[in-house]
Ligand binder design. Structure first.
Ligand SMILES: Cc1cc2nc3c(=O)[nH]c(=O)nc-3n(C[C@H](O)[C@H](O)[C@H](O)COP(=O)(O)O)c2cc1C
Length: 172
């Protein structure tokens, strides 16, 4: 795992190469293995590989969604709010597991935040996605994970950039 963390960075530009079918299946398996509070099984995932639809996803907010412009796969991570109070945590864990699995397969990815973001002054990003992708009421959308083959190699953060003052021993 630490080897993967040494090289992990957010990737926002991808080649046109589609994601291989076997990698796609592993990404699906990874999210379904995600832990959840009280094993609530409240999560749902929309795997979008239709480029026209990914382009629609890219319009979900005026800035911060650029990674979706060239992604060949986008995964919308959402949860049935009535099944758990911990939907934010559950969706977050599934999102990062999906990213780490993507990176372990040689793909790149970027988390696109949806919760708390706006499409326009009148409409939240969640409302836009709900309308455009037929998402029923009661399902909360946390993120979209943009995935694809990275356009460039990315260096991991150098060890010297890590702020070990953030790590406290026994007491704050
Ligand atoms: C909760 C969360 C929300 C994020 N939202 C976005 C986003 O909307 N758009 C984006 O391009 N990157 C987003 N990111 C990626 C961060 O910008 C990125 O992780 C951070 O700048 C550190 O860079 P690194 O991932 O390359 O280490 C998000 C990351 C997290 C954890």
């Amino acid at each position: 795992m630490i080897d993967l963390l040494h090289i992990r960075r957010s990737v926002r530009k991808f080649t046109e190469q589609p994601i291989e079918a076997e990698k796609l299946e592993l990404l699906k398996e990874a999210v379904l293995r995600s832990p959840s509070s009280k094993n609530s099984n409240a999560l749902e995932f929309i795997f979008v590989d239709d480029l026209t639809l990914i382009e629609k996803l890219a319009q979900c907010k005026p800035s911060g969604a650029s990674a979706l412009k060239t992604a060949t796969l986008a995964v919308v991570v959402l949860a049935n709010e009535s099944q758990t109070v911990a939907w934010i945590e559950d969706c977050s864990i599934a999102s990062i597991l999906l990213q780490l699995e993507a990176h372990s397969l040689g793909l790149g990815s970027c988390w696109i935040q949806i919760r708390g973001r706006d499409y326009s002054e009148e409409k939240t990003s969640e409302m836009y996605l709900r309308e455009t992708f037929d998402i029923p009421d009661g399902f909360k959308i946390l993120s979209i994970v943009a995935i694809g083959h990275p356009l460039q190699n990315h260096e991991g953060k150098p060890f010297s950039d890590l702020d070990f003052r953030k790590i406290h021993k026994n007491r704050f």
